[in-house]
Design a protein around this ligand. Structure first.
Ligand code: GUN
Length: 291
């Protein structure tokens, strides 16, 4: 069994981005500029956004953190988005999800200019992804593809089961895995809450991608011997023995599944760091495209 070390891989990718930024700035260009919009005080969202800002500093990007109260109205947030869309000094931005219940996430996502949508959530960018046209790939699926590529995992012709059909992970990664690309070319099944005989299906997976948000859902006896396991889950589980009062759990029960897997991502330190690095790659692309 080998660990798919997202932390180490992401660090290498960051070093490459850092060099590219230095060359770019040496030529007289301004550094890439990413903004992150955080609405409310969701603890996990705060942690993720802070990490994204820290990554920007590490690679030489300019970054802006825009903190908004959870009492902001949808109209006010849409006005903020208009402002960011027309801000010439900004290459890309993200609105961290989830948003408070009174705000329609679809409306917000669609208001972000596709040229600045470095999360790749806008319908125009997702459409381009489906057609294999140049675009911003959604950060988590893009991170997973980079990790598979980095470890030279052969996905062609393999059975890939994706568990969870969210707009930001399950659905796009199932498309990327099935495209005529390397990595890709897999035979993909997208499983969800209505799937029958889920356990039997999971057993057929050469590559299993789990993005459910159910801690420790996948156990060792459910997976095929030699499977490649990608765990996208990241849930805070109350644990009073920890200093922070919680532990971070994936959707995969690591200790039992690792005995069966050929490759497996840990949580934390697997997919998460790769997601962040994808955002940097998309921002650099947005900046260069604009120039
Ligand atoms: N919430 C969970 N993952 C993401 C992500 O990749 N981007 C944004 N904007 N919000 C998220």
């Amino acid at each position: 069994m080998r660990i798919l070390d997202g932390k180490k891989t992401a660090e290498q990718v960051r070093q490459e981005i850092k060099k590219e930024v230095a060359t770019w700035v040496d030529k007289g260009n301004r550094p890439p500029h990413l903004a992150a919009v955080l609405v409310g005080d969701n603890g996990a969202s705060q942690t993720y956004v802070n990490a994204k800002i820290k990554d920007c500093e590490e690679v030489g990007f300019k970054s802006s953190l825009i903190k908004l109260s959870d009492t902001i109205t949808e109209k006010e947030l849409l006005e903020k988005i208009d402002e960011l869309n027309s801000d010439e000094s900004l290459d890309g931005y993200i609105v961290q999800l989830p948003l408070p219940k009174h705000i329609n996430e679809k409306k917000i996502t669609q208001a972000i200019s596709p040229t600045k949508d470095v999360d790749g959530f806008h319908p125009e960018n997702l459409g381009k992804m489906v057609l294999n046209l140049p675009t911003f790939l959604p950060a988590t699926p893009y991170g997973i593809m980079q990790l598979l590529e980095y470890y030279s995992i052969d996905t062609s012709g393999k059975n890939c089961v994706v568990v969870g059909r969210s707009n930001i992970v399950g659905t796009p990664v199932s498309i990327l895995m099935s495209r005529n690309n390397d990595p890709g070319n897999a035979t993909v099944t997208l499983a969800h809450s209505r799937t029958q005989n889920l356990e039997a299906l999971i057993k057929t997976a050469d590559i299993l991608i789990v993005a459910l948000g159910k801690p420790d859902f996948i156990k060792g006896d459910m997976v095929k011997e030699g499977a490649v396991i990608i765990d996208v889950g990241i849930t805070r589980v109350t644990d009073s023995s920890r200093k922070k009062g919680y532990r971070v759990a994936g959707d995969v029960h690591f200790e039992s599944v690792k005995k069966k897997a050929s490759f497996i991502t840990p949580v934390p330190g697997g997919v998460g760091p790769m997601t962040r690095v994808s955002l940097l790659k998309n921002t650099l692309l947005a900046c260069k495209r604009k120039a």
